[in-house]
Design a protein around this ligand. Structure first.
Ligand code: DAT
Ligand code: MG
Length: 149
C-alpha cells in the first residue's frame, strides 16, 4: 500500500493548525499510520533537506525547521503521494490555489506550513529517515468498505 511522509512545520504548530491539517487528510479518506510531535535536530533537518544543501535558503530553512515543535506523520492510501501534494498546494503560498493548505493558510514561501514527499521513492526515503518500523502502525479503518470499491 502506498505511503507518504508529511510534516506540519513549526509555523503550522505555533498557529494552531495541527487539528485542521489532520482533519483534511482524515476527511479525504487516507489512513494515518504514524504520528509524532517532536523537536527536530539540526542533523535530521539537514539530512531531510539534503537535495537543497547548496541553495541560498538552506541555512534559513534548517533554522526554521528546528525552531520549534513539528508534527511528523505517515499517511497511507492509493495515490496518497500525489494527492497529498495537491492538497498541500504550490511551494509559494501566494501562488497556491485556494482550497489547498498553503493556499488557505499561508502568505510566505519560508512559512509554508507543511512538507509532503514529492514522489514514491522520496516518500520511502523520508519515512525511513523519520520513523522506525515500530512507530508505524498497520491497520485497516472500519470505513474502508465505504471508501473503496
Ligand atoms: P516543497 O516543500 O513544495 O517540496 P521545495 O522542495 O522546492 O518545495 O523546497 C523545500 C522548502 O524550502 C520549501 O517548502 C520552502 C523552502 N524554499 C524553497 N524555495 C525557497 C525560496 N526560494 N526561498 C525560501 N525558501 C524556499
Ligand atoms: Mg520538496
Amino acid at each position: 500500500m502506498e505511503r507518504t511522509f508529511m510534516a506540519i512545520k513549526p509555523d503550522g504548530v505555533q498557529r494552531g493548525l495541527v487539528g485542521e491539517i489532520l482533519r483534511r487528510f482524515e476527511a479525504k479518506g487516507f489512513t494515518l499510520v504514524g504520528l509524532k510531535l517532536m523537536h527536530v535536530s539540526k542533523e535530521l533537518a539537514e539530512k531531510h533537506y539534503d537535495v537543497h544543501r547548496e541553495r541560498p535558503f538552506f541555512p534559513g530553512l534548517v533554522e526554521f525547521i528546528t525552531s520549534g515543535p513539528l508534527v511528523a506523520m505517515v499517511w497511507e492510501g492509493d495515490g496518497v503521494v500525489a494527492s497529498a501534494r495537491k492538497m498541500i498546494g504550490a511551494t509559494n503560498p501566494l501562488s497556491a490555489e485556494p482550497g489547498t493548505i498553503r493556499g488557505d493558510f499561508g502568505i510566505s514561501i519560508g512559512r509554508n506550513l507543511i512538507h509532503g514527499s514529492d514522489a514514491i521513492e522520496t516518500a520511502q526515503r523520508e519515512i525511513a529517515l523519520w520513523f522506525s518500523s515500530e512507530e508505524l502502525v498497520s491497520w485497516q479503518p472500519a470505513a474502508v468498505a465505504w471508501l473503496v470499491e
